[in-house]
Design a protein around this ligand. Sequence first.
Ligand SMILES: Nc1nc2c(ncn2[C@@H]2O[C@H](COP(=O)(O)OP(=O)(O)OP(=O)(O)O)[C@@H](O)[C@H]2O)c(=O)[nH]1
Ligand SMILES: [Mg+2]
Length: 464
Amino acid sequence: MNEETICAICTAPGMGAIAVIRISGPEAFSISDKIFKAASATKSISNAEDHTVLLGNIHQEERIIDEVVATIFRNPHSYTGEDIVEFSCHGSVYIQQKIIQILIKNGCRMAEPGEYSRRAFTNRKMDLSQAEAVADLIASTSASNHKLAMQQMRGGFSRELDKLRNDLLHFVTMIELELDFSEEEVEFANRKDLNELAEKLEKHLHKLTDSFRLGNALKNGIPVAIVGETNAGKSTLLNKLLNEDRAIVSAISGTTRDVIEDTVNINGLTFRFIDTAGLRQSTQDEIEKLGIERTYQKIEQAHIVLWVIDSTMVSEHIEWMAGKIIPRTKDKSLIIIFNKSDKISKDEQLVLDDLFKIYSKNRIHISAKKGENLDILRGKLLEIAGLPDLERQDIVVTNLRHYEALTLAHEAILRVQQGLHDNHSSEFLSQDIRECLHHLGQITGVITSDEVLQNIFKNFCIGK
Ligand SMILES: Nc1nc2c(ncn2[C@@H]2O[C@H](COP(=O)(O)OP(=O)(O)OP(=O)(O)O)[C@@H](O)[C@H]2O)c(=O)[nH]1
Ligand SMILES: [Mg+2]
């Protein structure tokens, strides 16, 4: 248990109808009673029942600062596992700061970012991955990352890791039993069973690390690169999708030099659209050349590539362009966008469609400038990005720290498999399994260092 009692404003900074000030720690009740007088003279916070509220005044000596509602949580039934009082006061900035001042005068300390959650972790109210999910939940901006954070906070991921750890512990116990009898060269653990177990664990870990590609995309926006020839209308399309004049548009070829990106929410999924420098064969301009290099990098990083083509300017050039784009999109989804459809006839559209069907089955005619058929494009993006993986309640890893630990755990289990294959001694095998356990333990916080904890919680909001 912590000795210090901490306080912080939990609601967003600035003025609001109501603000909440949270006090947590061993002195939470006694300090609160010094500054709070219940409306009913016989009542006090220290004597109040758990999970009840009291109406009263916060005062500084004789002066009343505000009329507030105090909510009382007795340990261990609180967010931090300690005694907590939450004052809901009027949301004036002056009142909020005054109450904090009085609390500090009476023995509280200002909470550090994430300190409540850190205490919740220390007091085993939640494990580390759940505490991290609280931060993700607060930061969630779309239905999909909200859903992932919620699932993680409720312990879905932790249960999955527990299962893995239990299997590993079973594995290592079997192996280590042999160590005790190393002189006698006995084999308690059937190698075939061990192989099966290792294979199962490897598959499981592989699936989890693999899910990070999706998880990361859902958290930061599914990367969609907008590429194509100069002047095709890429920046016009970006602006329309973002509903904002984000990129400069002009009739001059080579307007966009650098990468411009921003996110937008489409039906609960966040997409990160990346407008790039147009590709062209003959540029002498050094800056443009650098921009084009970046275009290639962005294609590599994207999950979906929009190849924008000026419908009025399709020439023999196309093959050169296809040679630049197609090989780079082998493991991604490619949508061909015939832009400026306002300038060509339906028949000409059909001809284009036929010409490009060898490159992709996804082809859409739009007019970025007039905003025509953008809904079809949005629908296509949703269809390709697809939420179904989430609906199946599969665990999706969204956190880079977890991904890194899982990758190391996965590497360790691959070594175990190799070791079993090469008939390594139990001692070597157990070392690798222990390492795997160690990395998994770091995710939920069974194994942590102070430095790791500090790094995690410093990015939290104050008051959480
Ligand atoms: N008629 C018509 N013109 C368009 C359409 N989309 C873009 N344009 C025009 O095409 C020109 C080039 O548009 P941009 O969006 O700057 O093209 P870009 O692909 O970003 O060009 P770079 O940045 O040079 O690679 C501008 O004059 C736009 O107004 C469209 O759908 N129809
Ligand atoms: Mg541009």
